[in-house]
Ligand binder design. Sequence first.
Ligand code: SAH
Length: 194
Amino acid sequence: MVEINFKLIFVFLLIGINLIRIYYHYKSKTQEKLHHKKFKEVSSVILFYIMFAIPSILYLTTNYIDFFNLNFYLFIRYFGIVLVIISALIFIWTHQTLGKNFSSILTIKKDHKLIKEGPYKYVRHPMYTSIFLMIFGFFFLTSNILVGILPFLSFCYLYFSRVKNEEKMLTKIFKKNYIKYSSRTGRLIPKLWN
Ligand code: SAH
């Protein structure tokens, strides 16, 4: 397949994922009760978007970052497409399961419920898992190390600066219930041992 086709698929998948996010953002809008360090949260999300957008735009519209092209075999690039599609399906599943409890920055909603169904039965942060998978998928698809590394590092920053606070916040609200739930689930992948 020629590069232009990979670029078109890249744009198509990126638009699709953003539309999914926008849809659930509006669908889950309800009264909020508590925010966790809103400024820090918002800035790490913005940083991630910028770190995703810059290499993506350069990849799509210029040849400035061709130097970072790893010339992957075609089957690896096709695998990247499949990985993005699978991660987008997990992304939808997590949003759908969280329902009104979803928010893009750490928030406790009015009538917030602890969700332990669907992907949350095995993993505490399946949405973050899906985003990590998406980043790997786009990296394989584009075959460009810059498109892989900048989003990966900025999402690691977002994830590590957030996940402990998220769990602390949920423990404060759901107490023993969340502690018990945490003990039998994994953070990003299912707990295979107990
Ligand atoms: N970390 C989760 C959810 C991301 S959305 C994941 O990766 O799948 C972030 C919001 O989800 C937070 O504001 C938090 O209040 C809420 N949340 C996280 N886990 C939850 C759960 N098990 N039940 C209900 N709300 C949850």
